[in-house]
Design a protein. Sequence first.
Length: 172
Amino acid sequence: MRLPRRLALAAFALCLPLSAVQAASPLDAVPETMPFDIPYGAPISLAQARQAIDAAMAEAASHHWKLNVAVVDSGGNLVSFARMDGAQLASIAIAQHKARAAATYRRETKAFETAIQEKGLNYVTTLDGVIASRGGIPLVEAGKLVGAIGCSGGTGSQDEVACTAGVAALRR
């Protein structure tokens, strides 16, 4: 008895190792260097944290956005926080969460958003302390992580713009 061609090909494919049937996963790629390998530095000072917050709040105010802004040290501990008048109360914790995630994972929280929304890497949601929304950015001084800033209360892109102003204030 002869099997139809399609059935014969299917039977043959079942005998092959799985790797021969499926295309290689991009997750199997082994980078030469470690991504996000920023060494830890001394914790950010209160004066620097306030400088970053003031710049983020000034940027938000220039657009009439009402945000919560948090700065944490290199260990993810809160150093300073400010809430603009009328900013959403639920965003108090979210701003702090974004800052902590950016410091803990040494990357912008936008990386988690991109991983889930654009790349479908939903396993990212299983990692402790992740927040998949932009608006958390590490603060790096002399090539070392000193803390992170997190903004919340607007859209993710508004939060990110305000955070970027806070980061820029420390580079002056």
